[in-house]
Design a protein. Structure first.
Length: 397
């Protein structure tokens, strides 16, 4: 068999993927269903925020110049009510947080800083310089761009959409994604594995990783290490899906049918192998508008490569312009490794001091280590030792 495998660096893999991904088309959705979707338009505010000068506290709206005097109460202004009158000399209005400041007033005397005299007037009992007024348009002005194209919509973004009345935003479509597990050794999790078998975990792990992105994947189940069976399933999946996540069978062993089957199906293999651990044998291919990520079967390899490579790929496919968050934090205690030839991803926890502590980790089958991990630390190729206190790159999970 012709050897088409190309080993590249992780950075080259990232760049290749970035250059190949073309975002999916767009659609209008209801903002109530837009959580985790990516905005495909700029959103412009149709209002000032706040829309009027607004009380920031419960208290008495008055003239700053009158604060030393006793004040007559002219009216009560709860939130949502338009003030009836103007505040004149030695007058005030009882006002609630969020209510419109009446004309003439330039100060809210906090309720806690005032008392009512026996004759029903308001008297200041504690001085404070803060006027407690939020000014019209101080946060956002009418016509301002409040959200940009490529933004992943989270809770605060939904609040923004609601606030400016953008109830039908234009977003990128959700790509159609499927997950496939391969391996003769795999058993359904509900069964007790026979000798030589293990339970399939990757299928569920990958599906959950997709779900955590606010998307969903069809899990097509376990395929045996059988070229014909795999060919049939992949041929169908390539027409039906835009992303195929297939775990196992991507290496160069006799039972690793994925590369061969993809070749027969005319999938362009962009790369097959990176100088990285875990996940060295990752395969990435494209056919038409379908992208195929062949993830190594070891659960940690599959987990980590999804996080560091596949997730940014899907984000890009969904039109997201944001970059993955990578923090630079000090290492809690010294770290060393014997083989320093490749980039290495290591599970870590964060301490209360804000440092990073590597977790006990036995290699790419040790998924249990990731059940307590808070992040993935990157150790660059060539680096064998890191001293305590040195800064390291970590992707929070
Ligand atoms: P492979 O990449 O197919 O050579 O598999 C590498 C290792 O990962 C083997 O020990 C497999 O048994 C294991 N493995 C493969 N697929 C899965 C899966 N779906 N769930 C859990 N472990 C798997
Ligand atoms: Mg296998």
């Amino acid at each position: 068999m012709e050897d088409k495998e190309v080993m590249i660096s992780f950075k080259q893999a990232q760049e290749l993927i970035e250059s190949f991904i073309i975002p999916v088309s767009t659609e209008v959705t209801s903002f109530t269903r837009a959580l985790n979707r990516v905005l495909a338009e700029e959103v412009i505010s149709d209002v000032d925020m706040p829309p009027f000068n607004k009380a920031a506290m419960d208290g008495f709206a008055c003239r700053k110049a009158d604060l030393a005097d006793e004040l007559d109460i002219t009216e009560e202004i709860p939130a949502g009510k338009k003030p009836m009158g103007i505040i004149g000399p030695r007058q005030c209005a009882r006002i609630m947080t969020g209510a419109m400041i009446p004309e003439g007033a330039d100060f809210i005397l906090m309720k806690e800083h005032a008392e009512i005299t026996p004759s029903g007037k308001v008297r200041r009992i504690k001085a404070s310089a803060n006027a407690n007024i939020c000014h019209q348009g101080e946060d956002v002005r009418t016509g301002d761009i409040v959200l940009t194209r490529g933004t992943r919509l989270l809770a605060a973004h939904l609040a923004m959409l609601a606030s400016v009345g953008c109830t039908a935003p234009l977003v990128y479509r959700k790509p159609a994604i499927c997950v496939i597990s391969t391996g003769n050794e795999l058993t359904d999790p509900g069964r007790v594995p026979e000798a030589g078998k293990i339970r399939d975990s990757n299928g569920y792990q990958l599906s959950a990783q997709v779900s955590q992105m606010g998307l969903s994947a069809d899990y097509l189940g376990i395929v045996r290490d059988d070229g014909a069976e795999l060919f049939k399933l992949m041929a169908e999946a390539l027409v039906k899906y835009e992303v195929i996540l297939i775990s196992g069978g991507v290496s160069v062993g006799d039972y690793d049918y994925v590369p061969e089957v993809l070749g027969k199906l005319h999938v362009d293999i962009l790369f097959h192998g990176m100088h990285v651990r875990p996940g060295k044998r990752l395969l990435f291919g494209k056919k038409g508008s379908c992208y195929v990520a062949g993830l190594p079967g070891n659960p940690v390899s599959s987990f980590v490569q999804f996080e560091v490579l596949v997730k940014p790929m899907i984000n890009r496919l969904m039109g997201c312009t944001g970059r993955p968050l990578i923090l630079l934090l000090p290492l809690e205690k010294a770290y060393s490794r014997k083989k320093k030839d490749t980039l290495l991803f290591v599970p870590v926890a964060f301490t209360e001091k804000g440092t990073v502590i590597p977790l006990e980790y036995h290699g790419s089958a040790h998924i249990h280590a990731y059940t307590v991990a808070m992040g993935i630390m990157e150790i660059p190729a060539g680096v064998g030792e890191i001293k305590a206190g040195e800064m390291v790159h970590v992707r929070p999970l």
